[in-house]
Design a protein around this ligand. Sequence first.
Ligand code: BG6
Length: 494
Amino acid sequence: MVIFGATGDLTRRKLIPGLFSLFGKGLLPQRFAVVGSSRTEWSSEDFRAEMREAVQIFAPEDMDEAVWSEFAGHLYYLPGNATEQADYEELRDFLAELEGGPANRLYYLATAPRFFAPIVTRLGEAGMAQEAAQEAAQEAAQEMDGTAAWRRVVIEKPFGHDLASAQTLNQLVHTVFAEHQIYRIDHYLAKETVQNILVFRFANTMFEPIWNRNYIDHVQITVAEAVDVGHRAGYYDQSGVLRDMFQNHLIQILAFVGMEPPASFQADAIRDEKAKVLKAIRPLSPAEITAQTVRAQYDGYCTADGVAADSQTATYAALQLYIDNWRWRGVPFYLRSGKALATKTSEVIVQFKEPPHMMFTIPHDQPIPANYLALCLQPHEGFHQRIELKEPGREVKLRSVDMDFHYEEVFHPNSVPEAYETLLHNALEGDATLFTRSDGIEAAWQVIDSVLQGWQTAAAPPLATYAPGSWGPAEADRLLGKNGRSWRHGCVDE
Ligand code: BG6
């Protein structure tokens, strides 16, 4: 495995801790090497020392000196410039010597996005992307327990900064790698609870019959973060919340909630259905941009290091989207996400319709209660089902209660694996189910592009502000309020 961007944050925080955890569980192949590549002039020894420190900081519970020294023996480093062809030739020779024969290779692009295209192009030019020819593959298969010598590339997010650039990047990557070799990352797909949406919907018969416009009033998807932009302000000010969170994470969650049942759990069966539902999201017209979108910035954002003093970048957004198909026609999907909010929570609320006729007396200042389901994606992984029951006593008085399930109560407390560990393992195993295919990425950009472009026109709603530590701007409450709805916090105490 070659990690481009080996001195960066992602390598320290996620990739090396993830690989080390897999190693500790015996989930890496017996013979493997991780080669770090970056411009910094480190030796392999420096790399090992830096990565040891990273594991100690970011996964201290996993640190075991004996296991580490064994793992460290598999780490190498070769300085290289991502845009310098000669450095790839050196890398190619370095790898060939390490491998000593046919070997599988995973290239991990953990660099700034502007390097994705140059790295892929150079890998192609250096002949490093080709999978082994038939004969060599057979030889490799014998040596490597039945696997042929494959070449795969993992590409981090953001994949493009709008639809046009994502299409251009897809075209370029396809000139070097075939689609089956490409693994586009969205780490939300590897969160245990996000995958559980599929199991919840398709392994239980009780939800699917009511999972449609006949019974569901609307859906809310919230990905709230308590942290502000911190040291990533320079990057963030260029991207904003729509590119950073909506184009990928929120849209992917929406796809899992809204997709039709796939015929199998094969990667392409799932990705076909996801792409179909994403293509059915109605792009927003100018009038809808004004009425159905909210953009806001937290107070004090412009004083962060790396942010322009007059920055108009949204750190919060709320969107009201519609999926124009038989199942969802007319059901609003409300999506919201922001930095510097009251707490960290990712959740989906599926709000069911009110009972068609209420035979019980409800105090007239109270709304008719309706069931909802809260899928708690993080940090309190689980779900809550809100139902009505009769309070004990002579009167018939309704009371709302939750039936709930929490991972930590049912399974071992640390049973939910880190998303990156799952993704690394799946990429090594060749399971692309949790990675985004080119059509899925482009369909997601299509939706977000319509909002990004709308926000550049006179139809854009004014940039609202909100206090750090709040639940966002009042405008987001009005977005739901005008239809008699309100945001729910189904997984955190209100
Ligand atoms: C990343 C975004 O993709 O996801 C970050 O770039 C964000 O801005 C992060 O903080 C959130 O991920 P998680 O797993 O902490 O919810």
